[in-house]
Ligand binder design. Structure first.
Ligand SMILES: Cc1ncc(COP(=O)(O)O)c(C=O)c1O
Length: 286
């Protein structure tokens, strides 16, 4: 995801630290290290995987240049409330007062279009020094086309300079340059809306069926995924192998820098999802 790399390049210098709430999208720490920055992994809080503003504040040092998170969150599927978003902005304000450094908030909004209308609060509303990252890959089912963008908040205190720096980095890192196809597609894609009824039905019915089968399912309001606790005492990878033997492919939590869970995708049709639930019932009982 080129836009995350551009955002990190603009936010800090080698040796700086980036706070990453976990579980997180799997490649954030990889990109961070590749750029000579140090990832500092801070757990999301509790069984509902909310942003833990106090833990983020405690993890911040004078070396912290950015907080990088997906909102809504992948893999947990949470759409953070305004209370969570503003609590995070408040600790960034306190950290700036403590260290004298304005920390950049990099919000990956790739899954924002899976939220209910009017139910989404962008981080950029709460913290001026924000970068928004977006991929058209999920909402438009264009995975692998690498079509997306990095936007600097209009309220960023150094907006023009930072935006110019992002353009320069896009030229230097040639893989970040938008293709002609992408440039032509973006205005159309921004206007295109889809009916999400099937995804929402799948999320509700699979969550309910798995809870009925004894699984703990993280309450999800967004994304194409469900994040589910691995049944007690089972090893994450062994459990995923058992699921694969039952013809269900899922991703284990360690890929998201976490443990004790797995991520299921809801992109299949209703009949396939029913088969997935039946297989999960069987594997849980085994
Ligand atoms: C939160 C998040 N960010 C970034 C990406 C990468 O998007 P793309 O593959 O379209 O570059 C994904 C895809 O899985 C994602 O879920």
């Amino acid at each position: 995801m080129a836009a995350v790399q551009l955002a990190l390049r603009c936010a800090g210098n080698p040796g700086d630290e980036v706070i990453i709430p976990v579980p997180c999208w799997l490649d954030y720490p990889l990109y961070t290290r590749f750029l000579g920055l140090s990832p500092v992994l801070v757990p999301l809080s509790g069984q509902e995987f909310d942003v833990d503003a106090a833990a983020i504040f405690d993890a911040m040092t004078s070396q912290t240049c950015a907080v990088l998170l997906s909102h809504p969150s992948n893999p947990a599927g949470r759409n953070y409330s305004w209370a969570s978003v503003s609590a995070l902005a408040q600790v960034l304000e306190r950290a700036a007062a403590r260290t004298g450094r304005v920390v950049t908030l990099i919000a990956d909004e790739t899954h924002r279009d899976f939220t209910a209308p009017e139910a989404y609060c962008s981080m950029a509303r709460a913290w001026p020094a924000s970068f928004i990252v977006y991929s058209f890959g999920k909402y438009h089912f264009l995975q692998g086309q690498r079509t997306g963008y990095l936007a600097v908040s209009p309220r960023h205190p150094r907006r023009s300079a930072v935006a110019a720096e992002a353009v320069r980095w896009a030229r230097i890192a040639a893989f970040c340059a938008p293709t002609a196809l992408m440039q032509a597609a973006v205005p159309e894609l921004l206007a295109l809306r889809h009916d999400l009824t099937q995804v929402e039905r799948g999320r509700a019915s699979v969550s309910a069926a798995l809870r009925d089968a004894g699984y703990h399912v993280v309450p999800a309001e967004a994304t194409l995924f469900l994040y589910v606790a691995t049944p007690d005492g089972r090893n994450d990878f062994a459990f995923i192998r058992d699921l694969a033997a039952a013809a269900v492919l899922a991703l284990p939590a360690p890929l998201f820098h976490h443990r004790g869970h797995f991520r299921l995708s809801l992109t299949a049709g209703p009949r396939t999802l029913e088969r997935v639930v039946a297989a999960l019932r069987k594997v849980a009982a085994a």
